[in-house]
Ligand binder design. Structure first.
Ligand SMILES: [Zn+2]
Length: 508
């Protein structure tokens, strides 16, 4: 009888453990990057250049950051001194001696504008000061189409910020600078406060606490954690696992562009992408963090610390300045029953990240960086789930460049590259011909040479319609049924593209 009871209790415990794990999500939840990618109805949304109805250009970068062309030019127009592009710094970021040790140890995540600091790049700091929300007040309005449930989720996401920072969120439909939470194609946001109303787009599948809090992170001035200048000391970007059109989204920023306020790199940041959208793309150099990247539970300890430092919360709320042990920070408000202006430290638990530093005996362990093997990833795969549908529409041929990146398997484009000859030198963005015509091949060279090699006339040999047609036919021959489907329409598309390339090359 006793063994039956024991067996029963073991079974109950196992079931309970499984249910708890399922409730926590763990690996069962897709990472934030995947959810953002899947929320977009059309893969073309992740093109860099977009012409807006009014005729001006907007830039979509890193899947969910919307910038004006001028902002993007300021960020990306200059060639970086140390490139992290394909083939460079892949092993562990230490190949380049400049990144060893502490001499370049500045962490990034947000715009470079330390208040009142006589620190580096004063000009830049002045330039970006306006991106901070004035008096820590973020004005916002919400689209009428949001349901009561959506509103509750939005409020939960906002309280994620207001409960541990001095940011206030105030409803307003008249403030000049205000966030407009709107229904949109995918989830995206601009960076920092803008001089006019700015949209935070939230498609229905983006309306979760984690994603909304992430997009608010951009709106208050943050870029992505894995784009920090020092990221190569913590993660390895495996460009071989990333379709070419997305490479530009992984070129890190420099210290001139963003400032980390000396908060350490954080694998568990809500602003860190994971690996579900592009498997194998980000390799943690401390393997124990591999599955922790891309969490969308909420703000991490370092997120909270950074926001408090960036908006100077303790100082402006009147705390007498003090130094905190164990990399803690001073929280101006009372929290968890404790008095205000206390030092709070990292609990190590993202679901409840703050613990009084006085309750700790030592600082949480730092990442343990090891030499890491870059995984070999099979690129013969689809990035989007609707590839069969797109193929049925004929997109494999009519949108060749896009489909080679996002629906390689379904379109039968595997086997090109090493085994099947070089892939055609082509643009990776539908806006390329227009951007080339606007002179961006020179003013935005670092981006254009990757995204628009054909339009910028950077292919090894001038575009040759016959050669491209041959390459397209060779790719089409990989179709499972062996029947090339180069329709007259798609052939026309190819020829028109090539003519456009030749036409625009006249500008250079
Ligand atoms: Zn983001």
């Amino acid at each position: 009888m006793r063994w039956i009871l024991e067996l029963f209790s073991v079974a109950c415990l196992t079931l309970l453990a499984e249910l708890t794990n399922a409730a926590r999500g763990g690996k069962k939840h897709m990472s934030i990057d995947k959810q953002i990618m899947d929320a977009a109805p059309d893969a073309g949304m992740f093109d860099v250049f977009h012409m807006m109805p009014g005729g001006d250009f907007k830039v979509m970068t890193e899947l969910d950051i919307l910038l004006t062309l001028d902002q993007y030019k300021r960020l990306r127009g200059k060639r970086q001194k140390v490139s992290s592009g394909p083939g460079r710094g892949r092993a562990n970021g230490n190949r380049n001696g400049r990144r060893n040790g502490n001499q370049n140890w500045r962490r990034s995540r947000l715009v470079n504008r330390r208040r009142g600091s006589a620190g580096r790049q004063k000009r830049k700091a002045d330039q970006d000061e306006s991106l901070l929300w004035t008096d820590c007040k973020v004005y916002y309005e919400v689209d009428e189409s949001f349901t009561t449930e959506d509103m509750q989720t939005l409020e939960t996401a906002i309280s994620e910020w207001t409960s541990v920072t001095c940011l206030e969120f105030i409803k307003s439909s008249t403030a000049t600078s205000r966030v407009q939470f709107k229904n949109g194609a995918g989830c995206y946001s601009m960076i920092g406060m803008q001089p006019e109303p700015q949209v935070v787009a939230l498609a229905p599948t983006c309306r979760t606490k984690g994603i909304i809090a992430h997009e608010i992170g951009h709106a208050i001035g943050w870029y992505h954690e894995h784009m920090r200048p020092d990221r190569d000391s913590f993660v390895s970007i495996n460009f071989d696992a990333i379709p070419p059109r997305y490479h530009i989204n992984f070129d890190k920023y420099t210290n001139d562009e963003i400032n980390d306020h000396d908060v350490q790199y954080d694998y568990t940041s809500l602003m860190h992408y994971g690996n579900d959208a592009l498997p194998g793309s980000i390799v943690a150099l401390d393997p124990s963090f591999q599955d922790k990247m891309g969490q969308r539970e909420g703000l991490s300890f370092k997120d909270i610390k950074l926001a408090n430092i960036m908006y100077d919360c303790a100082n402006i709320m009147g705390c007498t300045q003090r130094t905190c042990d164990f990399d803690g920070f001073q929280l101006y408000k009372s929290y968890k029953g404790s008095s205000s202006c206390q030092c709070w430290c990292d609990s190590g638990d993202v679901s409840d990240p703050l613990i009084l530093c006085s309750e700790l005996d030592s600082a949480p362990p730092k990442p343990s960086i090891r030499p890491t093997e870059t995984p070999v990833v099979d690129l013969c795969r689809d990035v989007r789930s609707n590839c069969p549908e797109l193929k049925a529409k004929g997109d494999c041929m009519s949108k060749l460049s896009l489909m080679m990146d996002i629906c390689k398997q379904t379109c039968g484009f595997c086997g090109t590259g090493e085994g099947g000859g070089p892939e055609p030198c082509m643009d990776h963005d539908k806006g390329c011909p227009m951007m080339a015509a606007a002179g961006l091949c020179t003013t935005l060279e670092p981006v254009m040479e990757k995204q628009c090699p054909a339009s910028c006339n950077l292919c090894p040999s001038p575009p040759d319609p016959c050669q491209i047609q041959k390459q397209v036919m060779a790719l089409a021959a990989h179709y499972p049924n062996g029947t090339p489907r180069l329709t007259s329409f798609s052939l026309l598309t190819v020829i028109v593209s090539v003519v456009a390339v030749l036409h625009h090359s006249d500008y250079h």
